[in-house]
Design a protein. Sequence first.
Length: 215
Amino acid sequence: MHDDQSSPIARSEVLPIFPTFIWKLQLEPSISAGINREVLTKVGSVLATISMGEGWQSEQNWHELPELAGLVACVERAAAGVLRFLHVAHEGFDITACWVNVNAKGAAHRLHTHPNNFLSCVYYVQTHAGADTVNFHDPRAQPSIIRPPVTRLTAENTDQAVVHVQDGTLLLFPAWLPHSVDPNSSDRPRISASCNIMFRGYSETMSKPLWTRGA
């Protein structure tokens, strides 16, 4: 933090407190190829009729479809790894919803979150130049009160992180983290599958107050 040899400071450090994580995984091509083929087959009729600027979303129960069992298995394995990383004590979790998104040329997805879940994930079936990014936005309101100009945009001073993805990429992130998708600037539809994950039996096992009387 200091280059001056005459500085009176003996030692300094930057402490990254309260970090926000995004977990990025790339599935093996032998696995992703089968998942992508099943999804593309399911949305074939949509691809034939969707118009420029349109976005389409499936029903939210696609995790129950036998054809998507491979995707469900990958999501569940990745989510279990995330919970181990965070040292979360839990008695199981469920995929509460899963749906497919199709964005034709010009279609975007406005800034949003996924309420009432612990984790969300997005799996990318079909991406290409002009349709291969997702934006994550700073969830804190306070930094926007004072926003001075910067000499260089970095991960430490930006209010938006752009994550590049490709076919077979799986992202997991906190469900409360705001995110958006820019308009598809390519000539081919952008296709992804989203899932939400929540603890099993949350109200029975995890929702009690984190304090005891008299403490």
